[in-house]
Design a protein around this ligand. Structure first.
Ligand code: ADP
Length: 437
């Protein structure tokens, strides 16, 4: 079987050969070849013009048939045209499916370009935040979601976490916004309605606060009577032990109620003040002094590597230190050690409490800041623990834009580090007692 190329080249060579032969017969071989070449050129030109006319009229007539190169070009052309049609059709169908499925999503989805301008959005984005699918195309997204916290989130460029903002179209609505970068500097903004979740959590907070508040007065009365009875010399001896137990339990309940009230206050309190300056080194030294001389506790050391101060609530930071230090002492044997450090660098500051105590199994670490979570409830209760201390620490740190990082190894101790951002570090630095205290 001859290939098309062989046929075309062979045909043209044959034509030139025939021209040369006829030219030779007439004594002018060169004229013969030239005439044959002109015939070939003319034929090809005619075919080209026919093909071009067929392309514009879409009427291919005789080009459809035969075995010439032009017929082959025609069949290749129609094959490719049909493939394009087919792909275009399936692409349209796919696009329709994608559009249908994104419109069926309960969460809002908005595609943004590298300048945070809206490329497209789904129906839920319209319903949740008032995005208009056509009119808002090309607008910067923070022109629609005008919350300052959202603008700050966009500018920060750190999208590892989501933020909650008020809905721009409902006074009581709340939206959870998360940006997911993808492709060549494009972003997908996902919006979720968290109004109901926030309402339920506010209800729970209110209930806990009210219940704790209501328990406070009867507990004070009970504790008062128990204290009076414990001091009463007329109370028979057989009652001394039960009375002591009742006093201990009443004291424990008072602590639980106080901690629950503190948690409720922290949850509804917003950001910690920035105009108050906290002397962390001073608080660490005071905490160390408060346990100095106590029998049966591990050695406490303070390593103050920076004299920088913190913007926040002094009372709350003191509570963080006391909570973490008393935990460290509770879970560290007498011959162990607890070291509290304060250091600053270009990224922020770190307050760390490190102990050489019992440590924590890795599976428990992520749950430590949950309310009432205790690794060993029995032991913790015996030690006077309620399981609210670390939850309070977490909330205080959140109020200070800080994070708690816990590292621990069973049998080798734990490290509780509080990371504060630069924005919380005061520029006021005093040259004074920096170093080991
Ligand atoms: P608690 O009042 O029981 O100490 P926390 O919320 O302060 O409650 O701590 C929760 C649990 O975390 C504790 O019950 C304990 O099991 C564990 N824990 C906290 N700090 C330490 C520590 N330094 N070493 C070992 N375990 C710890």
């Amino acid at each position: 079987m001859q290939t098309v190329r062989q046929k075309v080249i062979g045909g043209h060579l044959l034509l030139l050969g025939a021209g040369a032969l006829i030219g030779w017969l007439y004594g002018h071989v060169d004229w013969g070849i030239l005439a044959a070449a002109l015939v070939g050129l003319g034929w090809n030109l005619r075919q080209l013009l026919r093909f071009e006319a067929a392309l514009s009229s879409k009427h291919f007539g005789s080009l459809k048939y035969g075995d010439s190169i032009w017929s082959r070009l025609y069949s290749r052309f129609t094959y490719q045209r049909q493939s394009i049609k087919y792909y275009r059709k399936s692409y349209r169908r796919l696009l329709k499916e994608v559009r249908k499925s994104t419109n069926a999503m309960p969460d809002g989805g908005i595609v943004l370009n590298s300048d945070f301008e809206i490329v497209l959005c789904n129906k839920a984005a319209q319903a949740l935040a008032g995005f208009r699918r056509k009119k808002d195309r090309g607008q910067r997204v923070d022109n629609i979601l005008r919350d300052p916290a959202f603008r700050k989130y966009l500018l920060s460029g750190n999208f590892s976490e989501a933020i909650e903002i008020r809905s721009p179209i409902s006074e009581t609505g709340w939206l959870l916004c998360r940006i997911v970068p993808y492709g060549a500097d494009q972003k997908l903004l996902l919006i979720q309605d968290v109004t109901e979740r926030r309402r339920l959590s506010a209800m729970r907070r209110e209930f806990v606060a009210n219940a704790s508040h209501e328990l406070r007065s009867p507990l004070t009365v009970i504790s008062g009577y128990l204290d009076a009875l414990a001091e009463d010399s007329e109370v028979p001896e057989a009652w001394h032990k039960p009375l002591l137990q009742m006093q201990t339990q009443a004291y424990r309940m008072n602590n639980i109620v106080a901690e629950l009230l503190e948690l409720s206050r922290l949850e509804g309190a917003g950001a910690a003040p920035i105009d108050e300056i906290v002397d962390v080194c001073g608080l660490l030294s005071a905490a160390k002094k408060s346990v100095a001389g106590q029998k049966g506790v591990a050695n406490v050391a303070v390593d103050c590597q920076s004299d920088k101060k913190l913007h926040g609530s002094s009372g709350e930071i003191e509570s963080v230190i006391i909570n973490l230090m008393s935990n460290a002492l509770r879970y560290t044997p007498e011959d162990g050690s607890v070291t509290m450090t304060w250091q600053c660098d270009a990224d922020g500051a770190e307050l760390a409490i490190v102990d050489t105590g019992v440590g924590i199994e890795p599976e428990h670490v992520p749950r430590l800041t949950e309310r009432f979570f205790r690794v060993d409830a029995g032991r913790s209760r015996e030690e006077g623990g309620v399981g609210l201390g670390l939850a309070i620490v977490k909330h205080i740190l959140e109020r200070h834009d800080a994070k708690l990082v816990i590292e621990s190894e069973p049998g080798n101790g734990s490290r509780f580090a509080c990371h504060f951002p630069l924005s919380r570090i005061s520029d006021i630095e005093q040259v004074s007692t920096v170093g080991k205290l």
